[in-house]
Design a protein around this ligand. Sequence first.
Ligand SMILES: C[S@@+](CC[C@H](N)C(=O)[O-])C[C@H]1O[C@@H](n2cnc3c(N)ncnc32)[C@H](O)[C@@H]1O
Length: 238
Amino acid sequence: MRFDLITIFPEILKALTSYGVTGRAVERGQVEVKGWNPRDYTTDGYRRVDDRPYGGGPGMVMLYEPLKRTIDAVRREQSGAGVTSHLIYLSPQGKPLTQQRASEISKMDGVIMLAGRYEGVDERLIEAEVDEEISIGDYVLSGGELPAMVLMDSIIRLLPGVLGHADSVIEESFSTLGSEILLDYPHYSRPEKVNGEDGVEKVPEVLLSGDHKKIAKWRRIQAENRTTNRRPDLLLHK
Ligand SMILES: C[S@@+](CC[C@H](N)C(=O)[O-])C[C@H]1O[C@@H](n2cnc3c(N)ncnc32)[C@H](O)[C@@H]1O
């Protein structure tokens, strides 16, 4: 899958492309991630991508023209590679990102993402070019780069062959592959006891029993209880 991010800070993508699961997916060629700087598509000597808002008020607005030229350049390159271009603007005013939406987007060939800065983007560009606005939560960040990387990470780990163990994504919190949405059950690993030999912090007995049926039942109950206690809203999706 191909990701094209329009940002005035393309170097920031290293945080995604150099580490962990997402870094490995890039290394193996399972995904291609490219940054596009709208400053490279300016026509003035100052490489200006922002200006004051009409009507006054604080802050600056990202300009229509350099962004439009950047989008055109990305679309040209994408269509040359036979990729369809769905354009997502990361915005606090967008629809909240969900696991289900990440899963739907993971079926696409590629996406173009636009990271805003300053007060945001000239509204005419959003109206003319943007297919979808996605928010990563009800708070305001200073730029769309981190939200874009959150979105990419949530998608990349769902792509076939990216995670070592395919079941990891089926059993995870918010997974909708079953008929319901539950939070994940708790996980334990070695040692059996922490805080020394007399430690009271033990691994639940059932997990040491080797009885897979019993373990599955216990995990299921834990997941249900967690969801009821922490996120009862998810149970309404049943
Ligand atoms: C300072 S914000 C602009 C906020 C905008 N003036 C508003 O109040 O809705 C600058 C950029 O950060 C990004 N951004 C900030 N918070 C975000 C969020 N919760 N989800 C997605 N993108 C966000 C967007 O790309 C936005 O254009």
